[in-house]
Design a binder for this molecule. Structure first.
Ligand SMILES: C[S@@+](CC[C@H](N)C(=O)[O-])C[C@H]1O[C@@H](n2cnc3c(N)ncnc32)[C@H](O)[C@@H]1O
Length: 380
């Protein structure tokens, strides 16, 4: 039910607020690092229109599953709440506490029943889009939209002029020739994907496909992800040219940043990565810690972060898993992983797992070899 946007981010809109189970009257905090996907009507105002539905409507329709048999507490004073925050005895997302001293309206949580479980969104199978809806193969130009017969599932598309206009909006200039119309790609993706699919475009050019995915997600609340691949188009005459960085990734950055009302709802966290070929025999010598870290984060389905080489190890916490990588052996890593609680499943990646043989590890902690993992994953 959340999107990966912090509550102070302007894209969070009216998505940061507590919700209540109307049956048990238990309250649930919003994760300050990932706000609710659905805005609150009370916060937005009665007259606001949104593309999906308000959280209040989903709750009233019983589309939110509140956790049964969870821990519930009532803090009878602000002091009691603050000391619970200080010892970390508050609802958490993964390891990160959802109630923090610096948050606004902390008083709200005093004297109320507060649940430690996670509310979830219910999706019914019957509402899932079939991945193979029958479709008319005829693409109707927008100017002929009146000619579509009732009941026919037809694709309506703009023309290349539409593609060119969006490029001008985002870059302020004609940064790419013959960009496809977003509407065409968007309708093709609408027909062929489910809400959580990954859309791959191996010749992404100006990243029309990325914008189409962002538009569809904004429209139907989907979680589709995209992978855009494109070449630099570098030549001897233009050795610094990097079309992929400047145009493909540039368009996605531009759409994230723009205040232009037409694109204001579009957002997509993404990483710009450069591939390079490397021999398996050279892995241990040639890979930078950042490259290892990005690969491991991707393998575990985590968002990509910057590896801080000044630390003895880096750790990435998520709701489901904690990822740890240490580029060189260090006693501080031992202190950290021996102090981990039994609950959260943790994968510790090191180059030489044998060196950790005598360490006492919790049941949910697993030590893995970087070399073997990457080799297994990437070997053809
Ligand atoms: C026709 S354009 C794609 C246009 C795109 N549909 C749009 O609307 O912007 C094809 C793109 O593929 C890129 N390309 C060509 N060869 C490639 C390769 N081997 N790998 C990745 N990208 C490549 C080109 O640089 C060009 O930007």
């Amino acid at each position: 039910m959340t999107v990966n946007v912090g509550y102070l981010d302007k894209r969070a809109g009216k998505g940061f607020f507590p919700i209540q189970n109307p049956e048990t009257e238990i309250w649930y905090p919003c994760n300050p690092d990932s706000v609710w996907r659905y805005a609150s009507r009370a916060l937005s105002g009665e007259n606001t229109k949104i593309k999906t539905r308000f959280m209040e409507d989903w709750i009233a329709d019983r589309r939110i599953r509140f956790p049964p048999n969870e821990k519930v507490v009532v803090w009878s004073s602000k002091e009691e709440l603050l000391s619970a925050i200080r010892v970390g005895d508050v609802p958490k997302s993964g390891r990160s506490p959802m109630l923090r001293e610096e948050l606004p309206d902390l008083d709200f949580w005093v004297g109320k029943k507060v649940g430690f479980g996670t509310p979830r969104f219910k999706r019914y199978k019957k509402d899932l889009r079939s991945p193979t809806q029958p479709l008319s193969s005829w693409i109707t130009p927008r100017s002929e939209i009146d000619t579509i017969e009732a009941g026919v599932n037809a694709i309506v598309s703009g023309t290349n002029d539409e593609g060119a206009k969006v490029i001008k909006d985002v870059f302020g200039e004609k940064a790419f020739n013959y960009a496809k119309p977003v509407s065409l790609i968007r309708e093709l993706i609408r027909q062929s994907t489910g809400l959580a699919d990954i859309v791959l475009d191996f010749f992404a050019g100006s990243a029309t496909t990325a914008q189409a995915v962002m538009e569809l997600n904004a429209e139907d609340g989907g979680d589709r992800r995209f992978i855009m691949v494109s070449s630099t188009e570098r030549t001897e005459a233009e050795p610094d040219k990097n079309l992929c960085r400047d145009v493909t990734a540039g368009r996605i950055r531009g759409l994230n940043r723009t205040d232009d009302g037409k694109y204001a709802e579009l957002s997509a966290g993404f990483a710009y990565l450069v591939t390079r070929e490397i021999d398996f025999s050279d892995l241990d010598y040639d890979l930078t810690p950042q490259e290892v870290w990005s690969a491991l984060e991707a393998i575990h389905g985590l968002s990509l972060t910057v590896y801080d080489e000044t630390l003895p190890f880096n750790a990435h916490d998520s709701d489901d898993v904690t990822l740890v990588f240490s580029d060189r052996p260090d006693e501080r890593l031992r202190g950290y992983i021996e102090s981990l609680g039994p609950g959260q499943s943790t994968f510790v990646y090191v180059w030489a797992p044998g060196a950790l043989r005598d360490w006492t590890l919790g049941e949910a902690t697993e030590v893995r070899s970087v070399h073997d993992t990457l080799k297994q994953r990437f070997q053809q």
